[in-house]
Design a protein around this ligand. Structure first.
Ligand code: CP
Ligand code: NVA
Length: 308
């Protein structure tokens, strides 16, 4: 049994194998109805608890559908409706859930909740986003890039805006998959030094560039995310918007990248804020493939966790 807690905590051979499994499973489904089961049903007889302490559309639906396509069943739980949200410890919750279900996916605030859940659970625990990282998203992003453009190793990925949880997992992936990573955003919102340090230690080139146009020169992939994440104080909204406005991804900025550069956004997006509709709906945007690939990538993650 394996936990899937973060990209830097998972060996690169397993990560690569998951991307391959995801592609194989996606191709095997062809044009089947979404609700049709896969040919192989590795999760038959298994139940997966999906715990959400924050809102979600993609993570919730893609995990739920993915489990069912593989023959399993899900239980979607809101943290607030559980005793977890009313004083029961994470350790006790983990030990109890392990007696009922075969795997736990959790979206939570503080990373320590995820870590403690994994420490006390006897079943695999998957990170469905914390304030610090979002590894399932980046597995889907790597899969999407490679579907469109081939191996991501050696390519230039440019992150625009806030050095947030999704940016952090991209930095982990830069180290594990061997691509160059440029962050462009205000100094106050730089990614944590731990994430940059990991990528560099693994041999990735990480560049911090305050000027967005200079950063995007020669990019193979340009990425944006919301300027105000779920864990950010709403009171900081205006200040963040003012700081981040120069980093909006628009047609003029994309023109600085390679002509065939892709655009990604994990969604949900705020159109005309971090990215214009012209870019989101433009020919270089792969945002909906990215969203679809959450399903396929996570199916591979779940199989790896259970060893099935
Ligand atoms: N990208 C992503 O994780 O979306 P949700 O918040 O809708 O799950
Ligand atoms: N950075 C965003 C990602 C949402 C999927 C957030 O944490 O709100």
């Amino acid at each position: 049994m394996n936990h899937f807690l973060d990209i830097h905590k998972t060996d690169s051979t397993s990560l690569r194998q998951m991307i391959e499994t995801a592609g194989r499973m996606k191709n095997a489904r062809h044009d089947r109805p979404k609700g049709a089961p896969d040919d192989e049903l590795p999760l038959a007889g298994r139940i997966v608890a999906l715990i959400f302490e924050k809102p979600s559309t993609r993570t919730r639906v893609s995990f739920d559908v993915g489990v069912r396509q593989m023959g399993g069943e899900t239980m979607v739980l809101s943290g607030n409706d559980m005793q977890l949200g009313h004083g029961e410890t994470i350790a006790d919750t983990a030990r109890v859930l392990s007696r009922y279900v075969d795997m736990i996916m959790i979206r939570t605030f503080d990373e320590s909740v995820l870590i403690e859940m994994a420490e006390y659970a006897d079943v695999p625990v998957i990170n469905g986003l914390t304030d610090r990282t979002h590894p399932c998203q980046i597995m889907a992003d790597i899969m999407t890039y490679e579907e469109h453009r081939g191996p991501i190793a050696g390519k230039k990925v440019v992150w625009t805006g806030d050095g947030n949880n999704v940016c952090a997992s991209f930095l982990h992936a830069a180290g594990q998959f061997g691509f160059d990573f440029t962050f462009t955003g205000p100094a106050q919102l730089d990614p944590d030094g731990d994430f940059v340090g990991f990528a560099r230690q693994q041999g990735a080139t990480v560049t911090i560039e305050r000027d967005a146009r200079a950063a995007v020169q020669g990019a193979d992939l340009v990425v944006a995310d919301t300027w105000v994440s779920m864990h950010d104080a709403q009171s900081a909204r205006e200040r963040r918007h003012n700081m981040l406005r120069p980093y909006q991804v628009n047609a003029a900025l994309m023109a600085e990248a390679k002509p065939d550069a892709l655009f990604m956004h994990c969604l949900p997006a705020h159109r005309e804020e971090e990215v214009t509709s012209e870019v989101m709906d433009g020919p270089n945007s792969v945002i909906f493939d990215e969203a679809e690939n959450r399903l396929h990538a996570q199916k591979a993650v779940m199989r790896w966790c259970l060893g099935v």
